[in-house]
Design a protein around this ligand. Structure first.
Ligand code: HEC
Length: 122
């Protein structure tokens, strides 16, 4: 077997590292942007954290869907015009695939993730 040239040996780990960074970037949930006054709403930051820990694995980093339903196409506001019904879906679960989060998320955390879905993902 021919020996791998030296320059290739050096470049392969760099390529592997680059791919790792790129794929991490793609799977990260969208950042919360500052408003016109340059301040960042802490509720949205909390919502992003909850989303990354509990929701993005099924609904996709940007809510694009996957194992869970697509949540970033503006339909949620039509299907759930009042926040109470949306809180209840997240707390109690839905159908076969959507788990109940009442034992994992407080109402505040649930409201925060809803704000993140509406204000950042949609
Ligand atoms: C284990 C996978 C999974 C996880 C984790 C998950 N979901 Fe879901 N979710 C689903 C599936 C599947 C559905 C579709 C359920 C159905 O309609 O039968 C769904 C439905 C929903 C719906 C209702 C959508 C509609 O149009 O009726 C909302 C809202 C929702 N998820 C929000 C969340 C939030 C917020 C989190 C994180 C706190 C989360 N989900 C975590 C799988 C998941």
């Amino acid at each position: 077997m021919p020996r791998t040239p030296f320059y290739l040996k050096r470049i392969i780990p760099i390529i592997v590292l680059l791919f790792t960074f790129i794929s991490c970037g793609v799977s990260a949930s969208p950042e919360v942007q500052p408003d016109e006054n340059g301040s960042i709403d802490p509720e949205l930051l909390q919502g992003r954290e909850v989303w990354g820990i509990h929701c993005s694995s099924c609904h996709g980093a940007s809510g694009q869907g996957g194992r869970g339903k697509k949540l970033n196409n503006g339909e949620l506001a039509t299907s759930y015009p009042d926040q109470t019904s949306l809180i209840s879906v997240i707390q109690n679960g839905k159908g076969q695939g959507m788990p109940a989060f009442s034992s994992k998320l407080t109402i505040d955390e649930t409201e925060a993730v809803i704000s993140y879905i509406f204000d950042v993902l949609n």
